[in-house]
Design a protein around this ligand. Structure first.
Ligand code: NFS
Ligand code: SF4
Length: 640
């Protein structure tokens, strides 16, 4: 048996090569050259007169058969991506809301309310009174009102939008006509207006995309907040990250996907089944590990270690020690089915809308969720017995992670310093320049970029310049896997001013070490937590989001969800860096609107910069400009 001692996952990639197993990187090489029309967004498959493509060099057709030009085609394709991303996030929220409704109606056999205080806060946020109501009634009303956001007939904006952004931002969204009243109709609207022969005006199309992206944001607020009600609001928790969290002497089960409805139950039943695993020869019992955003959800709430973010999901199976992978929805490579076949690994799909050929499908309905979860764990124990120990290769490096930075937990922590105004220490330090600004890293990995490289390079540069970092999704995974979410990282990477603040805050808050310089806020839907924090800061200062020294970055984006998020970030007035050109540069008009035209409309805009060092420099410039506009002094070295 060999063991990997290298810092990278390369040993597992080599192992795959030896075993003649294709991984995402191999399939990417085989796919090259990628379709240039697709990359530029100038192919159209919207009707059967086509498919059509525009010649980017100007020699061939400049119009599709119906007469649609590159601007129309690119804009239509882009907003369909936004619609898909919005659907994915919002449906996730809808499932959670439906579950809360059942809990409120006392018809759920599996779920309960874990955070009553949060339920009451949430009720207040969406305009539901709580006096003289028991917790179930409040839950039912909150769930019902949240579900109304998916199908409201009235024209007023979604409840989950109205009070979660600054009043100034809300007014702006309303004046622009991009404050959605109904999440699902904003998606339907896009599918309808992009049908052949409907909306041909690229700017009008983009506005619909912007509106839909705000619906995406709304759905995320629902997902995050109602998940907190059902499963608890994250508090700082210490755990580990990397493939090394898979244990040779345990039955290893990976939970992968996005929706915590399932993974929470699996984590729950494991305790009852440890003995079965030990009896089967697994000295360390059952070991649950996380992948992608489901991994982030259970890391934050349950301290479950994170094995992998998106790009290395296949490698979890390559370790030869993963006995089951249990998936729910989104970002699951269908390839895991074939790779699991090369090992003892059982692949379970669990959602009606996400089946994978070759997997065993076991739906976890409310009534039998526990039984099915136990069935999954039992089959994993059986798989453990079938392991070929000669094929085990687990990388060794472990990285300590402190996760769980919900805005509530940040306020709790800072409340130990100033109970009356807990956000004051952050604001004061932003004003005095110890914290120059905040960047939220979100989004995926992309096979076109060395895994995690852009995240790490940018973060080191930003931290050295005293910029605090928040992270979600696979971005958070990248930082967790690379030891940037612990106190040591503050010592190693933070600039002197930021280091002194994080050290002081860490000690005053009762931790015996500095706060980490990159704060893990959760999964991708938890980008709403980043907004909550920003909105609190903006409201405290009496400014709008676009005025804060803030930016967002998705340096390795891949999915349609990431496009939806990036778009609403700009809709909220915040500059969004992306490390890869989305399929829009076949239309200089569309690309121009996204990177500069938007500024005049929403104050937000996209910064496309593939080079991570350059990107960091650009974000520092953005932050300095915002500081200057707010008239807050820059006491830090003049580099801009
Ligand atoms: Ni976000 Fe999470 Fe990861 Fe990208 Fe996929 S897992 S929801 S889409 S790849 S960050
Ligand atoms: Fe071609 Fe127009 Fe049909 Fe698209 S909608 S495939 S551009 S004819």
């Amino acid at each position: 048996m060999s063991k990997c001692s290298s810092m990278s996952n390369q040993c597992l990639i080599n192992k795959a090569e030896d075993e003649q197993i294709d991984l995402v990187w191999d399939r990417y090489e085989k796919m090259k050259p990628l379709c240039g029309f697709g990359e530029k967004g100038i192919c159209c498959r919207i009707c059967m007169k086509g498919p059509c493509r525009i010649d980017p060099f100007g020699d061939g057709p400049q119009e599709g058969i119906c007469g649609a030009n590159a601007d129309t085609i690119v804009a239509r394709n882009l907003i369909r991506m936004i619609a898909s991303g919005t659907s994915a996030h919002s449906l996730h929220g809808k499932e959670i809301a439906k579950t809360l409704l059942k809990v409120g109606r006392k018809t759920s056999e599996t779920y309960s309310i874990k955070d009553e205080a949060k339920l009451k806060t949430v009720a207040g946020k969406i305009g539901i009174t709580t006096e003289n109501k028991d917790i179930y009634q409040i839950a039912e009303e909150v769930a019902y009102k949240s579900l109304q956001d998916y199908g409201r007939i009235e024209e007023d904006a979604c409840s989950w939008l109205r009070n979660t952004v600054t009043p100034m931002r809300m007014e702006k969204l309303q004046n622009l006509g991009i404050a959605p009243n109904n999440i699902e109709s904003s998606v339907t609207d896009i599918m309808s207006r992009t049908h052949v022969g409907t909306d041909a005006d690229p700017v009008n199309l983009l506005l619909a995309g912007l509106r839909c992206s705000i619906a995406d944001y709304t759905g995320m607020q629902i997902s995050t907040n109602l998940s907190d009600v059902l499963f608890g609001t994250p508090e700082p928790v210490i755990s580990e990250a990397n493939l090394s969290v898979i244990k040779e002497d345990a039955v290893n089960i990976a939970v992968h996907g996005h929706n915590p409805l399932l993974s929470e139950i699996i984590v729950d039943v494991v305790d009852e089944m440890q003995k079965e695993a030990i009896d089967a020869g697994a000295k360390e019992g059952i070991n649950i590990v996380g992948v992608c955003c489901t991994g982030n959800e259970v890391l934050l709430r349950r301290g479950i270690p994170l094995a992998s973010n998106y790009l290395s999901q296949e490698l979890t199976i390559l370790t030869g020690a993963l006995d089951a992978m249990v998936v729910d929805v989104q970002c699951i490579m269908p390839s895991v089915s074939k790779i699991a076949d090369c090992y003892q690994t059982k692949l379970f799909t669990t959602m009606p809308d996400a089946k994978i050929p070759g997997a065993e499908h076991l739906e976890l309905h409310d009534a039998d969720a526990r039984d099915n979860a136990k069935n999954i764990v039992r089959q994993s124990i059986e798989a453990f017995k079938r392991r070929d120990t000669s094929k085990i290769l687990i990388p060794k490096e472990k990285n300590k992670v402190i996760a769980g930075f919900s805005p509530e937990s940040i306020v709790n922590l800072l409340g130990k310093i100033d109970q009356e105004k807990p956000l004051r220490p952050i604001i004061d330090n932003i004003v005095n320049g110890n914290i120059r600004g905040i960047v939220l890293f979100a989004g995926c990995n992309n096979v076109k970029i060395t895994q995690d490289h852009n995240y790490i390079t940018m973060a080191k540069e930003l931290l050295a310049n005293d910029i605090l970092i928040l992270a979600t999704g696979c971005g958070a995974g990248a930082f967790a896997q690379n030891s940037m979410m612990n106190s040591q990282a503050t010592t190693d990477y933070a600039g002197e001013n930021l280091k002194s603040v994080l050290t002081l805050l860490g000690h005053e808050a009762g931790l015996e070490a500095p706060l980490p310089p990159v704060l893990h806020m959760g999964s991708c839907v938890d980008n709403s937590r980043g907004v909550d924090l920003a909105v609190s800061l903006a409201n405290e200062l009496g400014v709008d989001l676009n005025q804060l020294p803030l930016a967002a970055s998705a340096p390795e984006l891949m999915s349609e969800k990431a496009i939806a998020i990036g778009t609403w970030v700009t809709g909220l007035g915040i500059p969004a860096h992306i490390g890869l050109m989305p399929p829009v540069d076949g239309s200089p008009l569309v690309a121009g609107v996204l990177t500069s035209g938007l500024k005049d409309i929403t104050d937000g805009y996209f910064i496309v910069e593939p080079d991570p060092t350059e990107a960091a420099t650009k974000l520092i410039e953005v932050i300095e400009k915002k500081r200057a506009a707010l008239n807050i002094p820059s006491k830090i070295k003049e580099r801009v």
